[in-house]
Design a protein around this ligand. Structure first.
Ligand code: HEM
Length: 489
């Protein structure tokens, strides 16, 4: 029985169907080992559209970015939120936001995401810059100006994690009374990494009780955000304050449920940002000539604005100044292109004909999962010459952002998609890019950087493919020292 193929067969008008020998599991194991390689191999055989049986689901992959616009637009047959709400509830432990039990909750939560964008971005990025400088200064820039600057050694991922994670937490949730930083941050970070390592299994709906310590670790992390603690914290973002107000309207939500929602937001705001920051810094450390170009661009923009950087004073970097840094922007985009492996997932609400372009369409069955896999686009040599190579200025043309990328001679609307698309596009994307840029600017202003001798290149660990930014398969050691910048007057 186990060796019998599943009974589904391809119908007229449906894409090629790829099934495994093990019913239900299908191709899950091969896909899970290296989904990028798996999809490339099947793309060669079956073309840009095919359906794969994966862990009890039928997933129809659309791999040609010229076909993305119709899928992204189709909100009538294709739904994102049913899937994401289910994953969120299972992964973070809050009750499903069913409209009957929690009328209006889904809508209010979605509306709260607007507080990560538009006018709300300025206070958010200002607060982040202050928190980044606080953590960097206290933990890494300890030498007094004028003291001899010795090289220190650290691991790039650990360094990025300790600064970005804590600064993000302070910016989103605020700080405890009469203190500038939360106590026990090392334990929170350690637990977060342990929990996050199991996250792919939680997304795959593996029951929590099968995941060893994960249940206890998740509860410990959740308890950090109990409302009675959070109401005592000051300087929380408008976004988090609004969410607390929303949750308070629902008596059915227990304190632990509200805390679980907040923990979910911590995951969303840190789990991709930290590895994205790692890759952005890693490429600068391994390409010192690029670091120098980006640093010089930053110093030029600062001096044009009349700002003289001094190592002993906090620097102000406005959004307008950051927006002028085209090489920095391109370097960040290029590292996102090389490291992102998210999946854009939509569930078919009924049997329907999915319009692709012109008269071309494919039949999709109710419950099937239509999936875009942008990593294939990001690594397409027709779109990006030598796609494996890091070219920091790939997204610059004539001193401005380059936006024209082509496939089959046609200009692409979707060529870089680290933040998803359409209804599932990350609401924190603008903030994420600003905070990564702020971090890199501060590091470049304050520190000289070097790859430690004997350190090889970092490889992508394919284990988290589908979830966002990939982790490096191993951390990389680097050396840093305070730059010889004169103290302020
Ligand atoms: C959703 C990527 C940073 C908040 C998403 C999705 C992607 C993504 C791909 C869509 C998931 C899907 O289609 O299933 C990233 C990357 C980041 C980043 C690559 C950093 C480089 C952030 C930050 C925040 C944030 C800093 C908040 C401050 C969210 C939220 C959602 C989300 C709340 C869920 C939206 C919804 O349910 O509609 N992110 N993200 N993200 N992201 Fe981000």
């Amino acid at each position: 029985l186990v060796l019998r193929r599943s009974s589904r067969t391809r119908r007229d008008g449906e894409p090629p169907l790829i099934k495994g020998w093990i019913p239900v599991v299908g191709k899950a194991l091969e896909f899970g080992q290296n989904s990028f390689k798996f999809l490339l191999e099947h793309q060669k055989k079956h073309g840009d559209i095919f359906t794969v049986q994966i862990a009890g689901k039928y997933m129809t992959f659309i791999l040609n970015p010229l076909l993305f616009p119709n899928i992204v637009k189709d909100g009538r047959h294709l739904d994102f939120h049913e899937f994401s709400y289910k994953v969120g509830s299972h992964a973070f432990g809050y009750p499903l936001m069913k409209p009957k039990e929690f009328p209006g909750l889904q809508e209010q939560v979605s509306r709260s995401f607007l507080l990560l964008q538009g006018d709300s971005l300025s206070p958010l990025t200002e607060s982040m810059l202050g928190n980044l400088q606080l953590v960097l200064r206290q933990d890494f820039l300890g030498q007094r100006p004028g003291e001899e600057c010795d090289w220190k050694s650290h691991s790039i991922y650990k360094f990025c994690n300790s600064v970005m994670f804590e600064a993000t937490l302070l910016t989103m949730y605020g700080r405890p009374p009469a203190a500038s930083r939360h106590s026990g941050m090392d334990v929170i970070m350690e637990n977060f990494v342990k929990y996050d390592t199991k996250f792919p299994l939680l997304v795959a709906q593996i029951p929590l009780w099968l995941l060893g310590q994960t249940k206890a670790i998740r509860e410990e992390l959740t308890r950090v955000f109990l409302p009675q603690k959070m109401t005592r914290w000051s300087n929380a973002s408008q976004f988090i304050r609004k969410r607390l107000e929303i949750f308070d309207q629902f008596d059915m939500l227990r304190d632990l449920d509200k805390a679980a929602h907040n923990f979910g937001i911590l995951w969303a705001s840190a789990a991709n940002t930290v590895p994205a920051t790692f890759w952005a810094l890693y490429h600068l450390v391994t390409h010192p000539e690029v670091a120098e170009v980006v640093r010089q661009e930053l110093l030029d923009v600062l001096s044009q604005s009349g700002v003289e950087f001094s190592s002993d004073r906090d620097v102000t970097l406005t959004r307008e100044q950051l927006d002028k840094l085209v090489y920095l922007d391109s370097a960040v985009k290029e590292s996102l292109r090389l490291s992102s492996a998210s999946m854009n997932v939509r569930v078919a609400m009924d049997d329907f004909s999915l319009r692709l372009e012109g008269e071309r369409s494919v039949a999709v069955r109710k419950g099937d999962v239509v999936t875009l896999f942008p990593q294939i686009t990001h690594m397409d040599p027709e779109i990006y010459e030598e796609p494996e190579t890091y070219r920091f200025d790939r997204f610059v043309q004539d001193g401005k952002e380059k936006k024209n990328f082509y496939k089959d001679g046609r200009k692409l609307k979707y060529y870089l998609m680290p933040f998803g698309s359409g209804s599932s596009k990350c609401p924190g994307r603008y903030f994420a890019v600003y905070e990564i840029k702020q971090f890199l600017c501060l590091v470049l202003l304050h520190l000289d950087l070097q790859l430690e001798e004997g350190q090889g290149g970092a490889a992508l660990d394919p284990g988290r493919a589908g979830l966002g930014i990939l982790w490096p398969s191993a951390d990389v050691r680097f050396r840093y020292r305070l730059r010889a910048v004169p103290p302020g007057p």
